[in-house]
Design a protein around this ligand. Structure first.
Ligand code: ADP
Length: 501
């Protein structure tokens, strides 16, 4: 529009129009606009006005041209739109040679310098633009660039369409960044931060990072001031970490093993309890059946003679004893498990207790074809015992000796006064106990897997009860056995009262 207006004004002036009025109108409407080649319409109008008046009023026209040149020289020139020098040169050419020659010469020199600068700036700008990476800012973008060995950081800003060129002192800038960086890492005195524009990888750097997006050409390198110490520290940390992992693995392993053991033991316990229930029922059934059969035979008078009848009576008594022993054991075991079993422990004569018990069981034992060898001392210091409980211990040991005594069925009962205390031993020459099962015989519900044992009836609580009773007395029990040779159980009673009595 501006160009068309100027062209129209020119045509009308050529046709004889009022030049001053026409040009003033164009100036006021489009003065600050540039045409397609970059010329300011205002400049062109002023130039034209002066040109038209040169003949009529050379002085006034020269002053206008002088003002135009001065204004152009004082103005900021824009890269890429360097039309100003052309206008200024044309204005200077139009000036009459007599008009202020000194000023004109100065203006020409100034114009030349500014034109050179513009050309140089345009060349640099286009060259830098090829290399730089750009950063978007609100009104345009800024490109920063510095060569690998450069001491200057160039910034080309394009803001609202106008390019600007800046140069920064790169060394000073890096110094300042360095100070800031070292201030922010000061709390870790072992670390050194360095800024550089070199792209060479530096030795021993912990971290290298470019300061993008604004300062991509600057690299921040962090290194340890003592790499040897750092390596040592790293090695130590690695060992600690490995140790922690190993410990964790070990703990997990121990945990798994322990859990497996606990679970295994629980399963074994459950199995033993199930066996126990089956064994108790079985043990109850057989004496009851025997008693019933014998009693019925007597009731129906099916015996041959008096001896046969007597044998029936004896059998009933024996089976009843067996039954009551079993019931005693089961009830005692239950009471012990509940923690309800109390013993009446007092200073007593062990010889008397052993003799009484042997007297009452001797007939039964002999009746079962057993040879009983008793070895008791003449005299014995009193020991701290519960008569009934020790009687039960003796019965359990004797009945085991009878059960597992194999052929021959020899049983030895010995009481001895030793420096360790008074010892009561029950021995047999039977099937013995294997070395692996020896530590288990006192466990609740334990029964050997040996078929010779399994053939005999049993519940697996006899020796457990013996152990509980012995422990309640503050006494000790040991077992000495060899498979196929025989077994000896020895209880050592202290002659002093147990702690809780
Ligand atoms: P049970 O009712 O099975 O006899 P105990 O608790 O009395 O239960 O004995 C546990 C296990 O110890 C027996 O099953 C047997 O394997 C072993 N045992 C006990 N006494 C003897 C012994 N005198 N000779 C051989 N083994 C024995």
């Amino acid at each position: 529009v501006a160009e068309a207006a100027l062209a129209a004004a020119r045509a009308r002036i050529r046709a004889g129009g009022d030049a001053a009025a026409l040009l003033n109108e164009v100036y006021s409407d489009h003065g600050s606009v540039r045409d397609r080649t970059g010329f300011r319409i205002g400049d062109l109008v002023v130039l034209l006005q002066a040109e038209l008046r040169l003949d009529d009023a050379p002085d006034a026209a020269a002053t206008v041209l002088q003002d135009l040149v001065t204004s152009i020289l004082n103005r900021r020139w824009v890269l890429g739109q360097a039309t100003e020098p052309t206008v200024a040169r044309r204005a200077l050419d139009l000036l009459p040679t007599s008009f202020e020659p000194d000023w004109a010469a100065r203006a020409r020199t100034q114009l030349k310098n500014r034109t050179d600068q513009l050309r140089w700036a345009e060349a640099v700008a286009s060259e830098l633009e090829l290399l730089a990476t750009s950063v978007k800012v609100p009104d345009g973008e800024i490109r920063y660039i510095a060569g690998p060995d450069s001491t200057t950081l160039w910034g080309i800003a394009t803001l609202r369409g106008d390019p600007y060129l800046f140069a920064f002192d790169l060394a000073a800038l890096l110094d300042q960044l360095q100070t800031t960086a070292s201030r922010s890492t000061a709390n870790d005195a072992d670390l050194v931060a360095e800024l550089s524009v070199s792209r060479q990888p530096s030795e021993g750097a912990l971290v290298r990072r470019s300061l993008g997006p604004y300062l991509q050409f600057v690299t921040l390198t962090v290194r340890h001031d003592d790499p040897v110490a750092l390596d040592l520290q790293k090695a130590r940390r690695r060992s600690v970490r490995i140790a922690i992992v190993l410990i964790a693995v070990f703990l997990v392993f121990v945990g798994v093993v322990l859990s497996a053991r606990i679970v295994g033991r629980e399963i074994e316990n459950a199995r033993m309890k199930a066996d126990f229930a089956a064994n108790v029922s079985h043990e109850l059934r057989s004496p009851i059946t025997q008693i019933r059969l014998k009693a019925e035979a007597l009731q129906l008078d099916l015996c041959y003679d008096d001896d046969d009848r007597q044998a029936h009576y004896d059998a009933i008594v024996n089976e009843s004893e067996r039954l009551s022993r079993l019931v005693d054991n089961v009830l005692d075991f239950a009471a012990i498990e509940r923690g309800a079993k109390r013993y009446n422990i007092r200073s007593d004569d062990l010889l008397e207790v052993v003799s009484l018990q042997l007297d009452s069981t001797m007939d039964t034992l002999r009746g079962r074809g057993m040879e009983v060898a008793v070895d008791l001392p003449e005299d014995l210091p009193p020991v701290w015992i519960d008569r009934e409980a020790i009687g039960q211990v003796l019965i359990n040991l004797l009945s085991n000796a009878a059960k597992y005594g194999a052929e021959g069925k020899w049983v030895g009962v010995t009481v001895e006064n030793t420096p360790a205390g008074v010892e009561l031993s029950v021995s047999d020459r039977g099937i013995g106990i294997s070395e692996e099962e020896l530590p288990l015989v006192f466990d609740d519900f334990f029964r050997s897997t040996d078929p010779l044992v399994r053939r005999k009836k049993g519940t697996g609580i006899g020796l457990a009860i013996v152990r509980y009773i012995v422990e309640a007395h503050g006494a000790t029990i040991t077992v000495d056995s060899e498979a196929g040779e025989g077994t000896t159980f020895t209880i050592t009673f202290p002659t002093t009262p147990p702690p809780e009595v």
